[in-house]
Ligand binder design. Sequence first.
Ligand code: COI
Length: 357
Amino acid sequence: MEIRVLPLPADRMKTKVRDELQLGFGKYFTDRMLLVEWKTGREWCDARIEPYAPFVLDPACLVFHYGQEIFEGLKAYKWADGRIALFRPEMNARRFNQSGARLCMPALPEELFLTGIEQLVALEKAWIPSAPGTSLYIRPTLIAVEPVLGVKPSEHYYFYVILSPVGAYYAAGFNPVAILVEDYYVRAVPGGTGEAKTGGNYASSLKAGLEAKKKGYDQVLWLDGRERRFIEEVGAMNMFFVYGTKIVTAPLNGSILSGVTRDSVLKLAPTLGYQVEERPIDVNELFADIKAGKVSEAFGSGTAAVITPVGKLCYKDECHQLTGGRVGEITQKLYDTLTGIQTGKLQDDFGWIRFIG
Ligand code: COI
């Protein structure tokens, strides 16, 4: 499908943040966005890259009432030699359609997802930061825009992509975060939407997150929705626990997100001499193992969060400091290797990098 590029008037061009180390996460957006529509009978149509601007939408649109929405998150990196790299974007294209299928939304041809992003990022390449720890965050989104109040799948959708130059997701940067295991609220249940990347999962996590923040934690770690016993994920990250040289994470059970970074850690770790294990993790056993000194490190993984060390983990009345509150050796090694591949400092033996242009 041809993507029209609409002119960008000079007075619509924004000023870029000068100090890339002050970017934070998701606060600034580039000059242009990609928009493709889907209408019953016409399928995907009217693809265009246009100046970034607010949408004018009917207040009755389905997305506002029943939350028919999905999104993705991936990053573009500017390499020292000037090339622009995307990291495993095919995985995001596939997951986008898996999320869409759960929400009864039309499948987007993966080629359109990929070429649309590539064309947009190529046009906006001046926005890709290059300071250490920065990148261009890409946010593909699909929303239901049919104005009708009946609960049903929409007959009209907007697929759009916006770009945001970012630094670290957590304000503290690559530093250990404090996590509270949530023992009351749940994020997902078997058969629910936990595996889909849909806004509702994040909306329903806000209350627990705010309550934990008031107590001084950065995030909550969700337990399974049936027994509140097995470790699931932190909303913005999958979780890993290090036992000696073995790295353990929860299995993809249908209620946690199938993270691209999670998958990358599972593939990278064995090449660095670590064993990996995907198995149900009982929170009581985990805490007994931490108490017994068997768990040396814990970290989260995510596109925005990259690899985030966990320095403190609490459950009910029990709190543990991990790795003396510092970044663990294995966590650091995985972070260095993953970001090294993403930024072109280390060789990509996996074929994970897709260059633009
Ligand atoms: C991402 O890591 O890309 C996400 O979508 C998580 C979000 C909480 C920023």
